[in-house]
Structure formats: C-alpha cells, structure tokens
Design a protein around this ligand. Structure first.
Ligand SMILES: NC(=O)c1ccc[n+]([C@@H]2O[C@H](COP(=O)([O-])OP(=O)(O)OC[C@H]3O[C@@H](n4cnc5c(N)ncnc54)[C@H](OP(=O)(O)O)[C@@H]3O)[C@@H](O)[C@H]2O)c1
Length: 284
C-alpha cells in the first residue's frame, strides 16, 4: 500500500515518518510550497511532487494533512482525475470524513478521518511519541474494519467513532488540551491580583501544574485528586466562591460539580451531600 501526503506540515511530517519507521511505503509529498515538500521528503527519504495529480497517480492512499479549511477544495480539485479505488484520509478532529470528502463512495473511492488525539508541535520528533496516542477513526463503512486493522497493525491505538459524535469528541479533546491553558490563564490572573507579576505567576504555577499533570498521567484522575473539595471542606469552598466575581464563580462551581463525581469515586464512604446541595441548589 503506497501512501502519499498532501500538506507537508507538522502532522504530514509526523505521520509520514512514523509510517516509514513501521516499514510502510511512502511515495512522498505535495505541498503549497516546494520547500516544505522538499524538507518533508528529505526527512522521510521519499519524493517531492510538484503536481498533486502526479502524487495521486502513484499512491493508493492519500493523507490530506492540510489546514482543515483547505481539505475539501483539494479533494474537489482531485475528484475529476479519477480516484477509483483510492483511500483518502484527513486528520482533522473537527471534520467528519463526509464533511471533507462528500459522496466519495460514489466515485469508487473511500474516505476516512484519522485523528491523532495528540498535540503535534514538533514536526521532527512527534513521530517518536505516538506509542500511547489514540487515533480516532471514522468514515466509509466498506473499508472501516480494514483501516482499523491496518492502523492497529503498525502499533497505533485505534478507536472507531461515528460521524454523529465527531464534534462532541473534538470538544472533549479541546477541553483536555487547549482549555487547560484557559484554566491556567484564569489561575494566573488571580495570582496577579495577589501581587505576583505575570512572569512570577507562570513560574509559580509550573511545578504545581507539572507535578499534578505527572501524577494524573501516572496514577489516574481519581488518585491524583486532592484539595478542599476532595476533603469535603465546604467552608473553604464557600470562601473561594466569595472571592470570585459572578462569571468566575459559575466556572468554579461547574468544575466543582465535576470534581464531586471524582471525589466520590475516590472515597465511596464519604458523604458529599452538603457540598452537592450548596453547588446545585434544588438538586440536579
Ligand atoms: N498539529 C496538531 O497538533 C494536530 C493534531 C491533530 C490533528 N491535526 C490536524 O492535522 C491537519 C494538519 O495540521 P498541521 O498542524 O500539520 O498543520 P500545518 O503544520 O499548518 O501544516 C499544513 C500544511 O499544509 C500545507 N498547505 C496549506 N494549504 C495547502 C494547499 N491548498 N495545498 C497544499 N498544501 C497546503 C501547508 O503548506 P506549506 O508549508 O507548503 O506552505 C503546510 O505545510 C489539520 O487538519 C489539523 O486539524 C493537527
């Protein structure tokens, strides 16, 4: 199975190199700029293509590792060239296969979204970090099992999802990655209100966040949970809410409600009813 890449960016570099390390045949790269395509080809010891049709002609599988907004137009550009029996994949977390490759099955080809649940920031080294990464797979029913087995066969963890839940899935991914930065920014702003400079706040949060993140990764969320809510300390929780403004308090309360579930899982014997009633007046 010969695999080509349209788009020589972070994910294109990473997936191409990973496939090569697993002994798969990668034909090469087409990209908007010849420099990017050349760099990716050098990195993976594959070929540069100056025309996307030429890459199509020599590849059985094409990965569209493009910005989300460019995937569909490149697909529309390729469609007239005859794509029968080809396998098209994109890596967007937000788009379904159907969004990107509408009615692809009518052409005799199949389409998939293959999304790494991972932030790829270093295009030269991320391929070494894919061992524990989940890849969510969704797309044409005819070859779904085939794709799943092929990806599993090269050591990837694969989770098949339905197109209906793709947006919710992507929202979950954003919460666990980008939105953690939102929480840290919120925390940092409160520290600045306590007299820390922005720089001091970031430095002070580093070991707190890093130690906690490491504990979560190693031992799981339940084990890693500490703090006033876990201890059932309603008085402190009330003080926290008193020092926040209305919108901030809403966010704190919503997160606290999620934490009650985790705390209860950690301490089945503890009674968190008072906290629950305070956070969710009237039940819920
Ligand atoms: N980075 C992540 O953490 C991550 C994680 C999961 C999924 N994804 C998904 O992976 C896909 C690629 O993301 P990325 O982070 O790799 O993006 P990226 O680093 O910005 O790379 C995109 C590449 O596509 C090329 N390109 C743009 N428009 C093009 C066009 N019309 N024709 C040909 N090439 C074009 C760019 O070209 P030049 O360099 O040639 O100018 C660039 O090299 C996206 O769908 C994204 O949602 C990303």
């Amino acid at each position: 199975m010969k695999i080509g890449f349209i788009g020589a960016g972070k994910v294109g570099f990473t997936m191409g190199k990973y496939f090569r390390t697993q002994g798969l045949e990668v034909t090469g790269y087409f990209s908007r700029s010849i420099q990017s395509a050349q760099e990716a080809a050098d990195f993976t010891q594959t070929q540069v293509f100056t025309g996307v049709q030429d890459l199509l002609a020599v590849s059985d599988v094409l990965f569209f590792t493009l910005p989300d907004g460019a995937i569909r137009s490149v697909y529309e550009e390729l469609r007239p060239y005859g794509i029968q029996n080809k396998i098209f994949c994109h890596c967007s977390g937000a788009l379904t296969a159907g969004d990107a490759f509408p009615e692809i099955e009518n052409t005799g080809a199949v389409g998939f979204s293959v999304h790494p649940l991972f932030a790829v920031s270093d295009k030269y080294h991320a391929y070494e970090e894919l061992t524990d990464v989940f890849f969510t797979l969704e797309g044409s029913a005819a070859k779904l099992s085939f794709m799943k087995e092929r990806l599993k066969g090269i050591g990837l963890k694969v989770k098949v999802i339905s197109p209906e839940v793709k947006v919710k899935y992507h929202c979950a991914a954003a919460l666990a990655s980008n939105y953690v930065i939102g929480l840290l920014a919120f925390s940092s702003r409160l520290l600045e209100e306590c007299g820390f400079s922005a720089n001091e706040a970031e430095n002070a949060l580093r070991p707190l966040f890093g130690g906690n993140a490491e504990h979560i990764v190693q031992d799981g969320m339940v084990s890693a949970l500490t703090g006033p809510l876990e201890r059932g300390d309603l008085a402190t929780l009330k003080k926290h809410l008193d020092c926040l403004d209305g919108e901030q308090g809403k966010l704190y309360s919503l997160l606290a409600r999620e934490l009650i579930v985790t705390a209860q899982n950690k301490h089945a014997e503890r009674d968190y009813t008072a906290i629950k009633n305070y956070l969710i007046p009237g039940g819920g």
